[in-house]
Design a protein around this ligand. Structure first.
Ligand code: ADP
Ligand code: MG
Length: 267
């Protein structure tokens, strides 16, 4: 059980003099899969760092299970993470990379075996990351995120720059593992279709300084392939009814041509 209540009035980075977040407020109920979608620089990674408790330097509060992260010594949630790069230790085998997150608790080795089996890497348990394909390395990173049996899973554009078949396979695996273990998920992505294919809810952020422009519930069968008609229809409806979702990109738009950031949304 992990619920979140984020209420960041102001997050300013002194070193770059950037106001990253302003009046950002949303809550997430336990066990939900929430996608965070917004343009580059909207403050998505900043939000994840505050939920991780890595950065408490903001005006406002982040509550995890009703406890303020500014007031706790130990984070209230058991967290699994996955980032843009797999971040595996190259000198450790697949299995050792997973054991690393267990902090020596041998009782959890069974879970490692299970998640490795689920991501179809049992036979590569003794391989080194350098000997694996990019897609396999991401599967190891996904397995590692679940190896702690997290109740909060934070994912920062985890399938970026993967070829579509590999990304699709990872989405299926993520969905299966999530259904089984049911952590609360915050999944950051640029890709609106990816968000529609996976999430229970999408939180749309404005351009910098980031604030919530729409909290959108989704109700379609999941997970779907990104080119599925249900996703296209939902995407069209969403953009028609909520043109403000793309408003953060308006300034970048040169005379009606779709700019690269919009293309990313519309993939
Ligand atoms: P996103 O993940 O949505 O692309 P970020 O949270 O990384 O956005 O960044 C939001 C803004 O804050 C950007 O303008 C970025 O340059 C700035 N920023 C992010 N991290 C730092 C930092 N550690 N120090 C200074 N400025 C930062
Ligand atoms: Mg980021």
């Amino acid at each position: 059980m992990t619920e979140l209540a984020i209420d960041i009035v102001r997050k300013h980075y002194a070193s770059s003099d950037v106001l990253a977040l302003k009046d950002l407020s949303f809550s997430v109920t336990s066990g939900k899969f929430v996608a965070l979608v917004g343009p580059s620089g909207a403050g998505k990674t900043t939000i994840l760092n505050s939920i991780l408790g890595l950065d408490n330097d903001y005006q406002g509060d982040v509550l995890v299970n009703a406890q303020s992260l500014k007031e706790v010594d130990v984070h209230p949630a058991k967290i699994g993470c996955m980032f843009q790069e797999p971040r595996l230790m190259p000198w450790m085998t697949v299995e050792q990379n997973l054991e690393l997150v267990l902090e020596g608790k041998s009782s959890d080795k069974q879970l490692i075996r299970k998640v490795l089996e689920q991501v179809e890497l049992t036979e590569r348990a003794s391989s080194y990351p350098g000997h694996l394909s990019g897609g396999m390395q991401r599967r190891v990173a996904l397995a590692r995120a679940f190896a702690v049996n997290p109740n909060l899973l934070l994912m920062d554009e985890p399938f970026l720059s993967l070829d579509e078949p590999s990304a699709d396979r990872l989405r299926q695996l993520l969905y299966t593992l999530w259904q089984e273990l049911r952590p609360t998920v915050i999944f950051v992505t640029h890709n609106l279709r990816e968000a529609l294919a996976l999430a229970d809810e999408i939180i749309f952020l404005s351009a910098s300084p980031g604030t919530v422009i729409r909290h959108f519930p989704i109700d379609i069968k999941r997970p779907q392939q990104l080119d599925h008609s249900a996703i296209s229809e939902l995407q069209e409806r969403l953009l028609r009814e909520n043109p403000e979702i793309l408003s953060g990109l308006a300034e970048e738009n040169d005379g009606g041509n779709i700019n690269p950031t919009q293309e990313q949304y519309l993939q």
